[in-house]
Design a protein around this ligand. Structure first.
Ligand code: B12
Ligand code: SF4
Length: 421
């Protein structure tokens, strides 16, 4: 049986250097399919999707809200040709009801242990309209090594540098943050994968640089320490979301190859300043995830925040405007208060103001968003800051003998040329 798996494109943040990472949800889902299924994968962010009838079933994997409408268009086209379409992935769960209008089947939840039944149903012509496993998480040890061989790796280079490979070591999140839908998706229970399986998967990846995409690694100190200890012999270099702010955890993370972290920064407190310094002291770089437009922010606060980020020598900053994604507290609050001004999901790419901020006019917040990007990267451009990030990892790799001079040799790449000019 031939299954065409499609990852729809979305509009990137225009101010951010465009790069494409290998999709993760689709390759993890593919590992849960019966082995005899022939999978043909299309990532529309890097290639054209093929539209023909030479396929048994189309599966659309949607991670972001900003992808969902394109997913529906693709599905409509296939369904007009008589091909059946099933949807799954994060944004499918967030937009399940609307997606039902464009799908033969909508799969909600995690795929492990479920796909054999789904495929059997399809083969018997009995595909269900909804498979709802949202509250029934599979046994975490069932998660297998992702089927990365369905990816065309040639697409995931930026200026000659191979992008990181994505991997995850846990699911769920025991924290509850205002703009986040993680609890709705994976539940409030922290569900770590068995460490030996994670290490086995990491080892199998033909790339020394990884992105550990877990919601937050900082959920169970002992597990985090055990994971990092087990990762040390792999000598991989990796980025992730927050690492717990404890000296012994940061020490182990650094030994395990921590390269940089994504750290949410909401304010200009000494705590943030010192937090960033502690990462730096451990040789770990920091990319700030900065939300603009929170209810407690005035225009002056935003201007002060940008100066602060430069003062604390943040390595990279990703500015986004607060976006009320479905199934978050921010969506519920702003909807109740009648402050959502745009419901076109294409505009939910985190670079467009879709709500009425409390202290600032929407148009002004949009200007401040552009101003934030321009100001932060004024003296040192994104390319230059990314070059430093690359130097950091290369230095680490040279130190432990894992650096491979490949297509990503900076001296030869256009990164290097840009910097020399
Ligand atoms: C990796 C990631 C990214 C990568 C994506 C790389 C890529 N090539 O796709 C990058 C860095 C680009 C990214 C960007 C953004 N992201 Co992001 N990202 C994630 C992250 C950390 C991991 C996703 C993942 O791989 N999960 C693990 C996989 C295994 O789970 P899964 O996808 O659910 O797949 C399972 C099931 O859903 C199912 N499944 C999946 N597909 C299918 C298909 C079918 C047919 C079936 C049956 C089943 C099925 O099977 C899988 C196994 O069980 C999530 C948070 C998280 N931890 O999940 C946020 C998340 C998806 N991102 C989010 C956000 C907000 C963003 C941004 C908009 C803003 C930002 N700065 O973070 C930007 C995009 C800005 C822009 N305009 O470009 C939000 C979602 C918001 C939304 N509703 O759109 C999330 C949930 C984070 C959060 N907690 O708020 N992101
Ligand atoms: S923002 Fe991070 S830590 Fe907070 S609930 Fe979401 S995934 Fe968990």
């Amino acid at each position: 049986m031939k299954l065409r798996l499609i990852y729809p494109k979305w509009e990137k943040l225009q101010e951010q250097t465009t790069f494409n990472l290998p999709p993760h949800g689709p390759v993890v889902m593919a590992a849960a399919l019966p082995k005899d299924i022939e999978v043909e994968f299309f990532d529309e962010n890097v290639q054209e999707v093929k539209f023909d009838e030479n396929v048994d079933l189309v599966a659309i994997s949607v991670m972001l809200t900003a992808q969902i409408k394109r997913g529906w268009q693709i599905a409509d086209k296939y369904r007009q040709m008589g091909v059946k379409v099933i949807f799954g992935g994060i944004a499918t769960m967030l937009h399940a009801e609307e997606t039902l209008n464009h799908a033969d089947s909508v799969f909600l939840g995690e795929a492990e242990g479920r796909m054999h039944d789904v495929i059997d149903d399809f083969k018997q012509g009995k595909l269900k309209k909804v498979y709802n496993y949202l509250l029934k998480h599979p046994d975490i040890s069932c998660i297998g090594t992702a089927r990365r061989e369905i990816l065309n790796r040639e697409y995931y280079f930026h200026k000659g540098v191979q992008m990181v490979d994505l991997v995850h070591a846990s699911r769920g999140c025991r924290f509850v943050c205002y703009p986040c839908c993680a609890n709705f998706l994976g539940g409030k229970l922290f569900r770590p994968r068995p460490i030996d399986k994670v290490v086995e998967e990491m080892e199998s990846i033909d790339n020394n640089r990884l992105f550990i995409v877990d919601n937050s690694l900082a959920q169970d100190t002992q597990w985090e320490k055990d994971l990092f200890k087990a990762m040390i012999p792999l000598k991989k270099k990796w980025c992730s979301h927050t690492i717990e702010d404890k000296p012994e955890v940061l020490d182990l993370a650094a030994q395990a190859g921590a390269w940089y972290v994504y750290q949410a920064i909401f304010d200009t407190s000494d705590y943030i300043k010192e937090r960033v310094k502690r990462y730096h002291d451990h040789g770990i770089m920091v990319e700030g995830t900065i939300f603009l437009g929170m209810d407690n922010q005035t225009e002056d606060d935003i201007l002060r925040l940008i100066d602060f980020l430069l003062e604390i020598e943040l390595d990279l900053a990703e500015f986004t405007v607060l976006t009320p994604f479905r199934h978050t507290k921010s969506y519920d609050d702003l909807l109740r208060q009648g402050r959502i001004i745009d419901k076109n999901w294409d505009n939910y790419n985190a670079g467009k103001v879709v709500f009425n901020p409390k202290h600032i006019k929407p148009e002004r917040l949009q200007e401040l968003y552009h101003y934030a990007w321009d100001t932060f990267y004024e003296k040192e451009t994104q390319e230059q800051k990314m070059f430093k990030l690359m130097l950091n990892v290369i230095e680490k790799e040279i130190k432990d003998g894992t650096y491979k001079s490949r297509r990503d040799d900076l001296a030869e790449s256009s990164f290097g040329n840009k910097i020399k000019r």
